[in-house]
Design a protein around this ligand. Sequence first.
Ligand code: MN
Length: 254
Amino acid sequence: MTTRLISDLHLHPGAPEITEGFVHWLEESARGCEALYLLGDIFEAWIGDDLLDLAGADPTGNADLAARVARALKRLADDGTAVYLMHGNRDFLLGERFATEAGATLLADPSVVSLGDKRVLLMHGDSLCTLDTAYQAFRAQARSPLWQAQVLSMPLQERIALAKQLREQSGEANSSKAEDIMDVTPDEVVKSMAEQGVTTLIHGHTHRPAVHECEVDGQPARRFVLGDWRPDRGWEIVIEGNGEPQLKEIPLGG
Ligand code: MN
């Protein structure tokens, strides 16, 4: 019984090597696993599930990419793997339609799941970056059903322009923020784990793959951070049976 967790692929038409590597990994390595968790930012941007209507007729390639990823995930799900999808800060508009086409179940952020003999807290990770108050204000707005309904009612072309504008703003903001603001807040990590009564947390978002030891209510605890995917390598966490989570690099391409 094997569970695999990945995040932060940031798939987009400009980086076809990552998409190829991911689809190949799904077919070769992930095949047959009991569960696959995608912990957010699978796509660099997501402007609404109606993007899927444009497959075959979208000159940007975004719609074909989305349809291809949905098909690849669906094949895995049809073979018996439980596929779970959590939102990231880039693809938080992924909805039930995409999930259904991918054979996946949308998972709330945060979620506590049983993996092997452990209860494990799963998060994308952006909610832990509490020192970034400007981003947290945007996050609160962007997760409100009203804001999402307003955005999703805009014509597709306007949404594409809005997503581009938000990414550019984010790029400008991040380059002028202190390094430590972009990482998780250690106190917030401990608080989140204590609230959920767990000693294992797995998240992505920061693109700083690592295993951190900490202490939660006097118990030794561990925080596993997934890394982002690039043309030559990805990251996964593998849990075999009741074993400890293992953070592993995945060679891609070549
Ligand atoms: Mn992220």
